[in-house]
Design a protein around this ligand. Structure first.
Ligand code: ZN
Length: 77
């Protein structure tokens, strides 16, 4: 049968492991977010990555359709 001290000890271990995991996860997220800002090389790489994801849109003067900048566009209207 579990004694109160064993229950408290188990709860303490769970809390310590949980807090430690949270701290480790937050630390890894912070280092992953702030390092690119500090070093120019990583910042440039991050910008290129963002540009690859978010395409700039150009509005076609003829049909008004927004299409990816530089991409081949053919007016259907
Ligand atoms: Zn067009």
């Amino acid at each position: 049968m579990l004694s109160l001290s064993k229950i408290l000890f188990t709860a303490l271990i769970v809390v310590v492991v949980w807090q430690g995991f949270k701290l480790f996860t937050r630390k890894s997220q912070v280092s992953g977010q702030e390092q690119p800002k500090q070093t120019g090389h990583d910042k440039k790489a991050k910008q290129q990555k963002q540009e690859a994801v978010a395409h700039d849109l150009e509005k076609c003067p003829k049909c008004g359709v927004y299409h990816a900048e530089g991409a081949a566009h053919r007016c259907d209207v």
